[in-house]
Design a protein around this ligand. Structure first.
Ligand code: GLN
Length: 253
């Protein structure tokens, strides 16, 4: 069985677990080609280092990244999390505050610095669109979901964006043992107040709101607050693929 954890210190944990379960049945009914039958998943909350060690992959949910870092530090989880991401190169996905946690750098805020897990060679800007009151939903074209897909209704709540790509010496590996740093890929851009035509013409600058580097994936928005399973399905397939290609060791297998 493939064990996928959701870091459950704070934030939108249950929502991810629910959508993961829904996504799993999609993946099971049309598994990646590399996969043998009987794809089994276990989804579990992670609050301790031993629980983390049971996981093949992890989601870090939205919430509040400073709080999450403080709690993780108190529970002795920061270093195990860094090890999970940067040494073991296991698949990790951060949504919103989770993206902040996975960034190598966060722009200084009024509150000052904060501890991060890192892994994604990017610098994030927190609260890019203002306060809770300025939350919004926007349709995003996400090419990685495949051709001809409907826009994804992305929920932005005090969302961070990727302000700069720092580069490929970020800590993320390709997942291959001894592999070099993987490139940072921009997988989603939000064009605020700009027309679809500009998007198509590629003239708008836009904000980077989805990014991947090797085993590490981050989104500014909250797919778990919708009932759209597409990104969860896509990510679970990535997890399955990375395990099946022998890059990573499946627990208990
Ligand atoms: N603004 C929060 C932070 O910087 C993230 C908000 C969210 O996860 N919805 O941690």
């Amino acid at each position: 069985t493939i064990t996928v954890g959701v870091l459950a210190l704070q934030g939108g944990v249950v929502e991810h677990l629910n959508l993961l379960r829904k996504a799993a049945s999609h993946v099971q009914s049309s598994p990646p080609e590399s996969t043998a039958d009987n794809l089994q998943f276990t989804f579990t909350e992670v609050r301790t280092a031993p629980q983390l060690a049971q996981c093949d992959a992890l989601i870090i949910p939205g919430g509040e990244s400073t709080t999450m870092a403080i709690v993780a530090r108190r529970l002795g989880l920061l270093d195990p999390l860094r090890e999970f991401v940067k040494v073991q190169h296991k698949p990790v996905w951060g949504t919103c505050a989770g993206l902040v946690m996975l960034a190598e750098q966060a722009a200084a805020t009024k509150q000052g610095g904060q501890e991060l897990i890192g892994g994604l060679g990017v610098k994030v800007l927190r609260n890019r669109y203002g306060t809770q009151m300025q939350s919004f939903v926007a349709g995003l074209d996400l090419g990685f979901l495949g051709p001809g897909q409907e826009p994804f209704r992305a929920v932005f709540i005090r969302a961070p964006v990727v302000e700069a790509v720092i580069g490929e010496d970020g800590a993320a590996g390709s997942g291959v043992e001894g592999g070099k740093g993987a490139p940072v890929e921009v997988l989603g851009v939000y064009y605020r107040g700009e027309g679809q035509q500009q998007q198509e013409a590629g003239t708008g600058k836009g904000d980077i709101v989805a990014v991947r580097q090797g085993n590490v994936f981050g989104t500014s928005f909250h797919p778990e607050l919708t009932d759209d399973v597409r990104i969860h399905v896509w990510w679970l397939r990535q997890v399955v693929d990375s395990l099946r290609h022998g890059k990573l060791v499946v627990n208990g297998a």
